[in-house]
Design a protein around this ligand. Structure first.
Ligand SMILES: Nc1nc2c(ncn2[C@@H]2O[C@H](COP(=O)(O)OP(=O)(O)O)[C@@H](O)[C@H]2O)c(=O)[nH]1
Ligand SMILES: [Mg+2]
Length: 243
């Protein structure tokens, strides 16, 4: 089978409430697009009916692949989906679809050219956040400040759940990934910079969803620890093994 133009990879953990609507919107949208595509859901660690619902959906949509991963973590699920994908462009998409799927074209040719990674940004000029409570906004900005100071200067939103990778960039980056939790984006972007890949920030419309699985304090502290882990990995030459 020829490679599709686009793969959409959705990590899903206890998403029985949000996933059906998201899948409905994605497939309705993809039907109107001129290119070929596949959708990959990677579920792990759910205690609800996420996996069952995804499999049910797949019986009606041959382009939907459902993967169950044993190991926990968003980074782990995304890694599995991105490496199993076949698309020329591979788009990571949170199950809550907090960015309208109609924004997807901004991450793909012909709207976007000359890039290896396009990252959805709630901070780039033109981005709009809807309904975000101030505590969450300023918490996110504080984490981003730490990320910029400690590891990724110049990137104003590394944690948004919508990112598009060219197939070649996917292969080289995700095979070197060591962080399997929430900080995986930081490590991938760090590796991308080392490899001098072209990263573009894409302003998006983003709708806050209160049903978040992120724990503000615990996950923020973990993220800072992970940033130091990345520096230690780098000093130890761990990222030099498979350049
Ligand atoms: N497969 C998988 N997905 C996860 C895990 N943790 C979070 N996710 C997914 O990561 C995405 C973002 O989660 P969300 O709670 O919306 O985080 P927020 O938008 O950053 O507040 C959703 O698609 C979740 O289902 C996990 O351990 N495994
Ligand atoms: Mg979300």
């Amino acid at each position: 089978m020829a490679s599709p133009f686009l793969s959409i990879v959705i990590p899903a953990h206890n998403e029985e409430n949000r996933l059906p609507r998201t899948l409905g919107q994605i497939f309705t949208f993809l039907k109107t697009q001129p290119y070929s595509s596949e959708v990959i859901i990677v579920e792990n660690g759910s205690s609800d009916r996420t996996l069952e619902l995804a499999r049910q959906f797949a019986t009606q949509h041959p382009d939907l692949i459902v993967i169950h991963e044993e190991e926990r973590g968003k980074g782990n699920a995304v890694r599995r989906g991105m490496l199993d994908a076949h698309g020329e462009f591979r788009f990571i998409c949170d199950a809550d679809l907090s960015m309208p799927i109609e924004e997807l074209h901004k991450f793909l040719p012909p709207a976007l050219e000359d890039f290896d990674i396009a990252i959805g940004s709630r901070e780039a000029p033109g981005a709009i956040r809807f309904n975000e409570p101030p505590y969450r906004h300023w918490g996110g900005r504080a984490i981003n400040l730490a990320i910029r100071l400690l590891i990724l200067p110049g990137l104003n939103d590394t944690q948004c759940g919508f990112k598009c990778f060219r197939a070649e960039a996917t292969e080289s980056l995700f095979r070197q990934q060591t962080l399997m939790g929430w900080s995986f984006d930081i490590e991938l972007l760090y590796l991308a910079r080392r490899k001098k890949l072209r990263i573009k920030e894409i302003p998006i419309q983003w709708y806050f969803d209160a049903d978040s699985k992120v724990s503000a304090v615990r996950d923020a502290l973990r993220m800072i620890g992970d940033i130091f882990r990345i520096h230690i990995n780098s000093l130890r030459g761990r990222y030099d093994l498979n350049p």
